[in-house]
Design a protein around this ligand. Structure first.
Ligand SMILES: Nc1nc2c(ncn2[C@@H]2O[C@H](COP(=O)(O)OP(=O)(O)O)[C@@H](O)[C@H]2O)c(=O)[nH]1
Ligand SMILES: [Mg+2]
Ligand SMILES: [Zn+2]
Length: 390
């Protein structure tokens, strides 16, 4: 989980013509993209839709969200420009009757994850359970380090607060604060802490991750009341066949914000560069911000004048993860795979991929026949759900 890809050029300013619309990609299947238009873009089509057209009712009342089924312009394909869930895109050639359009431009990405493949994530919500399964500080640290290595802000949520005492909850809170985290402790069963959690999720893109059995799906079902309905429409189609394993979809939270659930991972790889590992422990990072080790490539083991080595609780975990990262790095160096090493170094983030990134080679184009059938079936569902919600 949580491998970070290459960064887009965020400094580039994209000019859009007045007839173009901006939106966000909520889901992807093969060559099709569901794009939700920005609400601020909803006004102009009041003059374009006739009374019998499917989106016409939106002109009169307050703006409703419009989701369009889009293809990608050939020009983007030729450029090798991928379109990922979470991408901000410009669409054109909008067919308001059929709810279709073409993506003409992908705006620069702020962040990009490979696993799950999703762009512009603002926050990683790491969910663990306090009991059932019993929280394991070592496994929790493994997930935290993996999440930190993306350099996307991490919010820690501890679920099943109902299964331990208030005193035990406070103990965990104190312990995690010493690690540098301020966990949101919740219980879905007893509706504890959910408003506070919600307040962290509005107006941003959050990806939920954590081991299986901790309540991630229960949480997303709680947060998105119409998820079951959505699953029967868009996701139901998307989750079929070969796309299942890498499928990711953004869901809209009723009060704003977008959230993506991911399958559980019980053992994320620690494949970061050994020299970067300390940065992924907030309590070590704090020490490095305050002072410097004598050696710039200090691994904080037995080097002289090290500011990281010390009696902090997770120092032992650091040493264990460091061994793992060194084994990984050594294997990469010995493999003679010059390309992957260079690639990792060039990204300057010390991350070596265990899985290929979402790249052009992996991009598979369905046959024309499949394409047309898929499009009709998918569009029928989108249309039905639009009708249902009116
Ligand atoms: N006691 C308790 N059980 C919960 C809570 N939230 C979820 N569960 C249970 O935990 C189990 C796993 O939940 P699920 O959402 O499938 O976890 P996921 O694998 O992380 O998606 C289910 O049996 C849920 O009913 C909670 O707040 N308290
Ligand atoms: Mg689940
Ligand atoms: Zn050091």
């Amino acid at each position: 989980m949580l491998s970070r890809g290459e960064m887009g050029d965020a400094s580039e300013v994209v000019q859009t013509a007045s007839q173009d619309f901006l939106g966000i990609v909520l889901a992807v299947q093969a060559n099709y993209y569901w794009v939700r238009l920005d609400t601020s873009c909803s006004a102009p089509y009041s003059g374009q839709a006739s009374s019998e057209q499917s989106y016409s009712d939106q002109a009169s009342s307050e703006p409703k969200e419009v989701t369009l089924l889009c293809t990608r312009r050939t020009r983007l394909k030729k450029m090798g420009q991928q379109v990922a869930v979470g991408d901000r895109v410009q669409v054109e050639e909008i067919d308001w009757t059929d709810g279709r359009a073409a993506i003409s431009q992908v705006l620069p990405r702020g962040t990009e994850l490979d696993r799950p493949p999703i762009a512009n994530v603002d926050q990683i919500l790491l969910v663990f359970a306090l009991e059932e399964p019993t929280i394991d500080p070592f496994q929790l640290s493994r997930f935290l380090v993996k999440a930190e290595s993306t350099e996307i802000p991490v919010l820690l949520c501890l679920n099943k607060g109902d299964l331990i005492t208030a005193a035990a909850r406070q103990q965990w809170r104190d312990r995690l604060q010493a690690w540098g985290y301020d966990p949101v402790i919740v219980s879905l069963r007893e509706s504890m802490g959910l408003d506070l959690l919600y307040s962290h999720l509005s107006d941003r893109i959050t990806v939920v991750c954590g081991p299986s059995g901790v309540g991630k799906s229960s949480l997303t079902n709680y947060l998105i009341p119409d998820l079951a309905q959505r699953v029967n429409t868009v996701s139901g189609k998307l989750s079929r066949g070969r796309h299942t394993t890498r499928h990711v979809e953004l869901f809209q939270l009723p009060l704003g914000g977008l959230i993506a659930d991911t399958p559980g991972f019980n053992q994320p790889d620690l494949n970061c560069a050994p020299v970067d590992l300390a940065q992924y422990f907030p309590e070590a990072r704090q020490r490095l911000d305050a002072a410097s080790c004598q050696f710039s490539n200090c691994l904080h083991r037995d080097e002289p004048n090290c500011v990281v080595r010390g009696d902090w609780e997770r120092y032992e975990y650091y040493l264990t993860f460091l061994e793992e990262a060194i084994v990984y790095q050594t294997a990469i160096d010995r493999s003679g795979d010059a390309e992957s090493t260079t690639k990792a170094k060039n990204r300057g983030e010390g991350l070596v991929q265990t899985e290929p990134m979402l790249d052009r080679k992996k991009y598979r184009r369905p046959s024309r026949r499949t394409t047309k059938q898929d499009l009709r079936a998918l569009y029928r569902d989108v249309n039905e759900s639009a009708t249902d919600s009116d």
